[in-house]
Write a protein that binds this ligand. Structure first.
Ligand SMILES: [Zn+2]
Length: 83
């Protein structure tokens, strides 16, 4: 009986732990962009046209183009004459 329960536990762990453990989200990725700062974000946008984050945990890919970035920062990041 004890052994049966043990196997049951392992099955549950294997099927759900992968997604359950990853804490990434669109919201958290947006916060990361803010932490990077407008200068860094602007450089990447000018260089690559968009910013991509790949979650090392679940492999999810988050892509932000200039429009997305402007929305996150609430101003035009690529605008040179911003105060
Ligand atoms: Zn993830």
């Amino acid at each position: 009986m004890h052994r049966l329960f043990h196997e049951f536990d392992i099955t549950i762990y294997d099927s759900e732990s992968y997604e359950f453990m990853c804490q990434c989200s669109q919201e958290k990725t947006e916060k990361m962009l803010l932490l990077l700062g407008e200068e860094e974000v602007k450089d990447i946008l000018l260089e690559q046209g968009s910013i991509q984050f790949n979650c090392g945990f679940c492999g999810k890919n988050y892509v932000f183009d200039a429009e997305d970035v402007n929305e996150i920062f609430e101003f035009d990041v690529l605008e040179e004459n911003r105060h």
